[in-house]
Design a protein around this ligand. Structure first.
Ligand SMILES: [Zn+2]
Length: 348
């Protein structure tokens, strides 16, 4: 249905008055969720240094990767610049799956406008091309231990080629490996996918790092292992590897990177506050509450006041949906993959 502008305004005003948007919506509740924005954080030191773009969370179940990226956001830089995108695939993070809408890391060459990941891929590309960093680091938690298992990606620095155009990829990757291994129990190795010259990893051309290289931006993947015993171990592995990249690119934190590598905290305890607008009335909801709302009402989630990574998730509903009708439904607030808050909303 294509609406002319005037018809569109009429359509919206009818909807806002509480009349059903769809024929069967009359007796139900209608909820509007906030957009899942692609959040990025820019840190800049007073002294000149390199410019590094860090991308976490392309695979939503690789918790060590996006938590490590997120931890950096709370620190101040002394030298250089960092642009950090901890949660590039937030929908998949909330679902705690690799790719809720398929593998996002295979969509950089081509993506359909109908794909729910379209906006995020376009945003990522726009940011990379406009920021033009010295290097992009794509963070992952891979399967197994690459040093002792074939086809394992865990505990590695991944390069697409030994050399690509003018970029020497092997030397920095080896530097990161050799220095990181002084601090890691599970040693890392350098994996070369030979994305452009080889036969086995052509799919990597569709990945973020392959796309970056084709656009003349240096890029690496770093992988902790999904099989490390704790989340803390995974985050630690990432921070140890990043510390070495930061040496190469002349990035320094206030207080030093040692403080972050050895003293990071995973538990931020702030309880979220859920703020709704129900028929133009503000309601602040508490954890475990049951809200009874008159049928036909419109509920808008205006704010989730909590930590980065907090978002509202309706139980059993498609996570791509921004608005829908329902009668009785449980909602969770998730802090990334963890449920930390629940409410029930029922029509009366
Ligand atoms: Zn991954």
């Amino acid at each position: 249905m294509i609406l002319k502008r005037r018809e569109f305004l009429k359509f919206i005003s009818i909807a806002a008055a509480g009349t059903p948007l769809f024929a069967n919506g009359r007796d139900k509740l209608y909820i509007k969720l906030p957009p899942k924005k692609l959040e990025y954080y820019h840190l800049k030191g007073k002294k000149d240094g390199g410019r590094v773009l860090i991308i976490g969370g392309i695979h939503g179940n690789e918790i060590g990767a996006y938590k490590a990226a997120d931890i950096l956001v709370d620190n101040e830089l002394k030298r250089g610049e960092l642009l950090i995108i901890p949660r590039s695939n937030f929908t998949s993070i909330l679902a705690n799956v690799r790719g809720y809408n398929g593998d996002m890391n295979r969509k950089f060459d081509h993506i359909s406008k109908k794909d729910p990941d379209y906006y995020y891929i376009q945003m990522l590309k726009d940011i990379i091309l406009s920021y033009k960093p010295d290097v992009v680091i794509s963070m992952h938690d891979g399967y197994g231990f690459a040093s002792r298992q074939e086809r394992a990606w865990g505990q590695s620095v991944v390069i697409d080629e030994v050399r690509y155009k003018n970029f020497d990829l092997l030397t920095p990757a080896r530097f990161v490996m050799n220095n990181s291994n002084k601090y890691l129990k599970h040693k890392i190795v350098v994996l070369n996918t030979k994305t452009f010259s080889g036969r086995f990893h052509k799919e990597q051309k569709k990945a973020l790092t392959g796309w970056c290289l084709k656009n003349n931006i240096k890029a690496f993947c770093i992988e902790a292992s999904k099989q490390l015993p704790t989340l803390k171990d995974k985050v630690h592995t990432h921070l140890v590897m990043l510390r070495e990249f930061f040496k190469i690119y002349n990035i320094e934190f206030e207080g030093g990177m040692e403080r972050i590598v050895n003293g990071f905290e995973l538990n931020n305890k702030k309880n979220p506050k859920l703020i709704l607008n129900v028929n133009n009335q503000k309601i602040i909801v508490k954890n475990n509450e049951t809200l009874k709302i008159k049928r036909g009402s419109i509920i808008e989630v205006t704010d989730i006041d909590g930590e980065r990574g907090d978002f509202i998730v309706p139980h059993g509903v498609n996570l791509n949906w921004r608005s829908f009708h329902f009668k009785n439904l449980r909602f969770f607030i998730k802090r990334d993959y963890q449920k930390i808050f629940s409410i029930d909303i029922k029509e009366v």
